[in-house]
Write a protein that binds this ligand. Structure first.
Ligand SMILES: *[C@@H]1O[C@H](CO)[C@@H](O)[C@H](O)[C@H]1NC(C)=O
Ligand SMILES: *[C@@H]1O[C@H](CO)[C@@H](O)[C@H](O)[C@H]1NC(C)=O
Ligand SMILES: *[C@@H]1O[C@H](CO)[C@@H](O)[C@H](O)[C@H]1NC(C)=O
Length: 193
């Protein structure tokens, strides 16, 4: 009886030993993998979004194209803008100045998809047209915009960015009322050709 108990405890100890060995090795391999995968290209850009508010038609670069029942398309809806869909064609600049020469356009949409906290979903392309870059990069992902930084996927590219993939970190660089915001985009590509 005693030996049976002892061998049971021994088996248990063995099990835990190998379990933790396995755990530590798998944790190690994830950090190792991250260290191994250094970006093949990094790029920091800014884009500027000026939402049409009924008075700024000449200056606006985006428009609310859909709004939930009871709201309209000139003012973002209540309830954290839930249900609003905005289409944009925003200038991209190398620095944080709206009036710097544009190197391309950020074109796509964002839609607000939470009722309890400001959160949107982004799907857009950077369409480059500068002496330095021609081609596109395509972005998709959730944007919990109250967080200081958010990450979206770079799902592909064309031209100078043929078959590129990676991750982009979004930071709200400026926010002026409900009409203007500027996003800083730190792009890290892990696949380059
Ligand atoms: C366009 O809108 C931006 C953001 O609100 C503002 O800074 C800028 O002065 C406006 N430009 C004109 C010409 O109204
Ligand atoms: C749109 O809705 C907002 C908020 O309810 C309201 O203040 C504004 O007057 C409305 N605009 C139009 C053009 O109906
Ligand atoms: C790209 O830039 C050139 C030179 O400024 C311009 O002529 C051309 O229309 C632009 N193309 C697009 C798609 O914006």
């Amino acid at each position: 009886m005693k030996t049976a108990k002892a061998s049971f405890i021994l088996t248990l100890l063995f099990f835990f030993f190998f379990f933790f060995l396995f755990l530590s090795s798998s944790v190690e391999s994830i950090t190792e993998k991250k260290a191994l995968h250094k970006p093949c290209k990094t790029l920091t850009l800014y884009f500027h979004d000026i939402i049409y508010d009924g008075t700024n038609a000449n200056n606006a670069t985006s428009a609310i194209v859909a709004a939930p029942a009871g709201a309209n398309r000139t003012t973002l809806s209540g309830l954290m803008h839930f249900g609003d869909v905005v289409v944009f064609d925003d200038p991209i600049t190398m620095d944080n100045n709206l009036h710097s020469p544009a190197v391309g356009r950020a074109q796509g949409l964002y839609l607000y998809d939470r009722k309890d906290v400001y959160t949107s979903w982004f799907g857009f392309s950077f369409v480059f047209n500068s002496t330095e870059h021609k081609g596109t990069l395509n972005f998709i992902g959730a944007d919990p915009l109250m967080e200081k930084t958010r990450e979206v996927s770079v799902v592909g590219g064309t031209g100078d960015f043929f078959m590129s993939r990676g991750v982009a970190t979004l930071t709200t660089d400026a926010f002026e009322g409900s009409v203007y915001f500027r996003l800083r985009v730190d792009i890290k590509l892990y696949e380059c050709y």
